[in-house]
Design a protein around this ligand. Structure first.
Ligand code: NAG
Ligand code: NAG
Length: 301
C-alpha cells in the first residue's frame, strides 16, 4: 500500500516536475518573532509539517551578532543553553529560565536523509524583555524664579528601552502642559525617551517634590522623590556676597586679635589678669560638663 503511494508520488513528481510534500521535510513555526520576559520560560517552536525519514537529524543554532554557535547538537543541549533547556517533540526547544543574554536568532535545522528534499531550516528571533532598574535622577535642590533648569532621569538595564514619566507632588506631569488646566502656565517639556524634564522659565509653583518613573513592557521602577525649591532671588549671589562680608570680617578680627595678642605678650608675666583667662575657661567647661552630666542622669532616671 505504502509502496503503491510512493510509486504514485514518484510518478506525480516526474510528471509535474516538483517535489511532492510527502518526500520533503518541511518545517513551520508558530512565531518567527518571539518575546519573552526575563526569568520566565519560553518555548521556540519548530514543527515538522511533513517528513518521511524516521530519525531525522535535528540541530539548533544560536546566532548572535552574526556568529553561530550550537545550542542543540548530537541529540544534546549544548553551549549557552546547557542545563537550561530541553528539546521537546517534535523539535521545539524549551528554555526554562530566560536571561537577557538569550536575546538572539535561533535556527532550527532538520536533515532527513530518506526524503527527496532532505533539509529544511527555520529562523526564529527571540527578544528577552528586561525590567527597568531604579533610574538615576537628578533634581536641583534650589533654582531661581525665571531661570531655566533641567531634571534628569536615566536607567540602562531595561529592554526594550524605558520610557520616562515625571511626577510633581505625586501627580503625573502631563506630556504637554498646555493640555492641562493645572499646568497650563508651566514652561516645562518632557522627553519620554531621554528622561529629561526641562523648564524654560521656573515659576514659584514649580517648587515641590519630583520623582521619575522608568517603564517598559516588562515592568517599571522609580527613583525616590527629591525636593526642588524655587527662590525669588539669586541665593547663590547672596551667599557669595555674605561669604565675602564674612571673609572681610574674619580678616579684620584676625588683625585686631593679632595686635591685641602682641600687646598681651609684652605684658605677660607682669599682669595677673592674664592668668585669670585659663581659669575662667575652666569654669566654663565645668559648667558645660555639669549641664551635660545633669542631662545624662535625668535621662537615666
Ligand atoms: C531564574 O534565574 C534567576 C537568576 O539566575 C534566578 O534568580 C531565578 O530564581 C530563576 N527563576 C526560576 C523560576 O528558576
Ligand atoms: C495662568 O495664567 C493666567 C494669566 O496670567 C491666569 O489667569 C491663570 O489663573 C493661570 N492659571 C493657573 C492654573 O495658574
Amino acid at each position: 500500500m505504502a509502496m503503491v503511494r510512493l510509486v504514485a508520488c514518484l510518478a506525480l513528481y516526474t510528471s509535474l516536475g516538483h517535489i511532492p510534500s510527502s518526500l520533503a521535510v518541511i518545517l513551520r513555526t508558530t512565531d518567527k518573532i518571539v518575546w519573552a520576559n526575563e526569568f520566565e520560560p519560553i518555548e521556540l517552536t519548530c514543527l515538522i509539517e511533513s517528513i518521511s525519514t524516521n530519525n531525522p537529524r535535528i540541530e539548533w543554532k544560536k546566532i548572535k551578532n552574526g556568529v553561530p554557535s550550537y545550542v542543540y547538537f548530537q541529540n544534546k543541549i549544548a553551549g549557552d543553553l546547557e542545563h537550561r533547556a530541553q528539546l521537546r517533540e517534535p523539535a521545539n526547544i524549551l528554555i526554562f529560565n530566560t536571561t537577557r543574554s538569550d536575546t538572539a536568532e535561533y535556527r532550527c535545522e532538520v536533515a532527513a536523509i530518506d526524503d527527496q528534499r532532505d533539509f529544511d531550516e527555520i529562523l526564529i528571533s527571540l527578544a528577552v524583555r528586561v525590567k527597568p532598574v531604579v533610574p538615576r535622577c537628578s533634581v536641583p535642590e534650589a533654582v531661581t524664579v525665571g531661570t531655566s533648569t533641567e531634571l534628569r532621569c536615566l536607567e540602562n538595564e531595561g529592554f526594550p528601552a524605558s520610557q520616562y514619566r515625571w511626577f510633581h507632588n505625586d501627580e503625573e506631569l502631563p506630556q504637554d502642559p498646555k493640555n492641562s488646566p493645572k499646568f497650563v502656565n508651566s514652561s516645562y517639556s518632557i522627553n519620554p525617551d531621554t528622561g529629561g524634564l526641562k523648564f524654560r522659565r521656573v515659576r514659584k509653583e514649580d517648587a515641590g517634590e519630583y520623582y521619575c518613573q522608568a517603564k517598559n513592557d516588562a515592568g517599571h521602577a522609580q527613583c525616590p522623590p527629591r525636593m526642588m525649591e524655587v527662590y525669588d532671588v539669586d541665593i547663590v549671589g547672596i551667599f557669595l556676597k555674605s561669604f565675602g562680608a564674612v571673609a572681610i570680617f574674619l580678616g579684620l578680627a584676625a588683625c585686631i586679635c593679632h595686635s591685641f595678642r602682641r600687646g598681651c605678650f609684652h605684658k605677660k608675666g607682669h599682669n595677673e589678669n592674664n592668668y585669670s583667662w585659663p581659669a575662667q575657661n575652666d569654669g566654663d567647661y565645668r559648667d558645660a560638663d555639669e549641664g551635660h552630666f545633669r542631662h545624662k542622669s535625668s535621662f537615666v532616671i
